[in-house]
Every structure is written in C-alpha cells, then in structure tokens.
Design a protein around this ligand. Sequence first.
Ligand code: UTP
Ligand code: MN
Length: 519
Amino acid sequence: MVPLKRRKLLSTQTGNNGNSGTDVIGVKAPVKFPDVVIFLLERKMGASRRAFLSQLAAKNGFHVQETFSGMVTHVVSEGNSGAEVGSWLDSQTDGSAHRPVHLLDMSWFTQSMKAGRPIDITDTHRLQVDESEVEVFSVPSFACQRRTTLENHNTVLTDALSLLAEMAELSAEEGRGVAFRRACAVLKCLNEPVTAMSQLRGLPCLGEHSLRVIQDILENGASSEAESTKCSERFKALKLLTGVFGVGCKTADRWIREGILSLQQLTDSAHSLNRAQQAGVDHYDDLNQPVTKAEADSISVIVEKALVTVLPGATMTLIGGFRRGKQTGHDVDFLITHPEEGAEVGLMPRVVSWLQSKGFLLYQKTTRNSYLEAKDGPARPASNMDRFERCFSIFKLDKQGPGLQSHTQRATDGEGSHFGDAVDSVCEPENGQIKQWRAVRVDLVVSPISQFPFALLGWTGSKLFERELRRWAGHEKSMSLSSHALYDSTQRTYLRATSEEEIFTHLGLEFIPPSERNA
Ligand code: UTP
Ligand code: MN
C-alpha cells in the first residue's frame, strides 16, 4: 500500500497510472527513438529543472512523458537512491512491479543529450539498489487503515517511544504525546524488526524527534533520552502520583511542586483527598498490579449475575484491551445494553446497588447519561467525551479465582448489605495472614441498543486507534465520529449502523477486527 502523504505529494506529477502518459508539451522534434520513453522524476530535481530538461530532450527527438505510465522505459532521477526510486515505482504500480523499466541516474541523460541519441546503459548509469535497502517498509498513514496485532517486532523501539509519549502526556503536552504515539504505532505494525534507518524512508508519522530516538537505539542499543527520562526524579514522581486512582497529571504536578514525591509524603501532608483519591491510596498496590484475563473473566461472572437479577435480557460485552486480545490490563471494561431501546434506562443504579449489596464494590461513582442527539449535528469540535451512563468502580475480587467461593456464596445467600463489611475489610495482612481478595478497577458503561455499535467501536480501543478513526472521519470523510453516533456533515445526516462492520463501511475503511486494533 502507498502511504497517503506520499501519494498526495506525487499526485502533482503523476496524473494517471494507465497505459498512456501525457507527452511533454512545447517545442519538439519528431520522435527519433521510439523504443525509449523517458520519465523524469521531479522528486529532488524540482519542477523547473524538470521542465527545462524535458524540453531539451524533446527538442533532440527524445520521447519524454510528463506523467508516468506503463509505456515508460527509462526513469531518470537526480539525487535519489535506488531504494527511493524503487519504492516510488512500486507506488506507481501498486507494488506489482516487475520492472522492465531502467532506473537511471542523471549521467545517462546528460551523456545521451550530448551524444544526440540514447547511449548504452552501463552500471555507472544504473541506480544501485543496495540489498540492505531493499526491505523498505510501506504503510498507510492512518492507524485505522492498518492491522496492528499484539505481535510487535520492534519492542525496544516502541518501549522507548511509549515512554517518551508517557512523559509528554504526564507533562500535559498532548501534541507531543500524540506524535510519539503515532510514531510508535507505525513501528508496531511492521512485520519485521527495523535494522537500518534507510528502511524507514517514506514511512508516515515518523517526525524528526522520533527518528532521532530510533537512530540512537539502532546505533547504540538504547535511547539516551528515554533512559534519562526513565531515571529522572520528575518522571518517577509523576508516575507514582498519577498511579493513585483519581489523580491526574495536573494534580500530580502541583503536589510535586510542593515537594511531595512519595505516597508517604502525600499521606503525611495536610492535603485532604477526595473519595476517589482516598480509595486510590488505600488500594494503591492492588490497582498498580496488572489485571489478568482470568480476573477479568471472574468479574464478568459477577456482572453477568447482577444483570440477570436486575434486568433479564440485558447483555454485557467485555471491551477495552481484553476485547483486543490482551492478556492483562489496567482495568476491566464492560459495555451493557438491552435489545429493547429504552429498557436500559435506569439500569446502572440497579446494577450498582446489587453489587454493593453483595459486597463487591470498594468504591463507585456513577455518572448519568447526558447524550442528546442534536438535529444539526454534533457540537464542534466533535467531542470525544462520552456521555453514557457510566460507573467508575473498584471491585473487591476474591483471590480464589473463577470459583469465587466466598462471594458467590454471599451473592446467593439472600442476606442484606455486605458493603460495610467490604469497606471495613480494607486491611493489611494481619498476623502473617495473606489478604484473600484484591482490588480491581472496573468501568461499566450502559448504552441504548441504537448506539451500541458506536459504543462498542469507541470503547474497544486502542486509544490511538480511536483517535485515528475520528481523525480519518473528519479529515478524509467530513464526518464526525463519537461513541454515540456518526454524522455526515456533507449530507447533514446521521448514519445509522447495527454493527461495527457497517460503521467501517460508512467510513470507507476496510473492517479491522478488534485483535488488529492494537495500534
Ligand atoms: P482503557 O483506558 O481501559 O484502555 O479504555 P485499554 O485499551 O482497555 O487499556 P488497559 O488494558 O485497560 O490498560 C478502553 C477504551 O475506552 C475508550 C478509550 O478510547 C479506549 O479505547 N474510552 C475510555 C473512552 O472512550 N472514554 C473514556 O472516558 C475512557
Ligand atoms: Mn481497559
């Protein structure tokens, strides 16, 4: 596939890919050498020099084509490597290049002009296609056009770039963060490890800074910038403090400026924590330990049980990273709906109070559904904030695993609220006894069935994949995509969908299954 950017760049000089190109317009003699059809590559040569040389050749009876076509026999370029021209040629022929075409340096052209005829091609005229440069990667520019599995062949590079992205995000520099995330995502979808900078030519989203980081790693085995960031006091403190549930980078930054660099300093300080942050401190270790798929499945069983009890017919889907096939996550995300539109109204408070009554919740905060479909389209700029009924919670998960012995027992024993017990049992291991449960972050989202495919797509992630979907919708399709709806600004209408596949079709994208959305 051809990177979009490059296609745009080249489109000024390559009007068509058909079998006949456009000849150079201007003064010219009759074609004297019908077997030779020249195409001058504008890249690095520049438009005016190209026009001058074209006229010169035409005057001398050479056949020069203005646009590239299947008739071209000699591609002449200046200052480009064989790999560069080769990958350009691939882009012209959709990569199907069997190449009857000669890729030539300017020396062949000037000597031929001097001789007044096409001279014999020697090795000095031929662009050298260095073997190490042959494996040039080529990917489309939007992450939502690419298939990114969890198999990553460039973890050293992506770890470094992710770390720099994280530091940018923790410093509230969103633009920088996104740039690193995009670069990282491009490397994640390559099917082989990168071994030389020359392989990256023509890849989208690799800015100067990211390229510098990559080069450092290829040459020295590690990125000095990533290493020094990782070791910096500021990074460590930001990570530690934002690791507290309910603490964002702004709050962390304020605390650091007050000299708070550790949890001990935080609890010793006079700061009053809000309810979320207090829960975050209480369950710090648990919440910073990855959630396993087995734990996610255990929680599924509990949520399923709640639904069956409070609204039979309601369904839930595991979303987020686990739907993409990840084996661990920072939380567990569920999307709940009911096949009958409207039946889901008021569902969340009932689910939550059931969970509370059985002692499964250590913390919860529910927000109400505030989504209203505006007739004249969504507000601009298209908000990526969800307005679903949503519950941010911390579950108390029995460590006994899928059996969940003690909780299932309580869930069915018909007794009243155990919520108090649960909160009171926030305790450290006593007398060498190991704690029998652990705290797990769980996000519950309720969607009406009419918005379900949009919610499913929007909540499956990855975050970058979602961002790129919205960017694609806006930039390429003049549409606005959210987790609630897809609006076509040109037709001034909402596009309905009953499946994720239909949304991809509306967007003019190939369907990418969840397991390949790990951008
Ligand atoms: P998560 O933050 O849970 O990410 O959001 P994740 O991919 O599951 O990663 P881990 O494994 O937990 O660390 C899941 C998806 O939900 C969307 C995000 O875009 C992400 O793709 N989301 C999350 C929203 O749309 N809105 C939110 O407020 C939060
Ligand atoms: Mn998640």
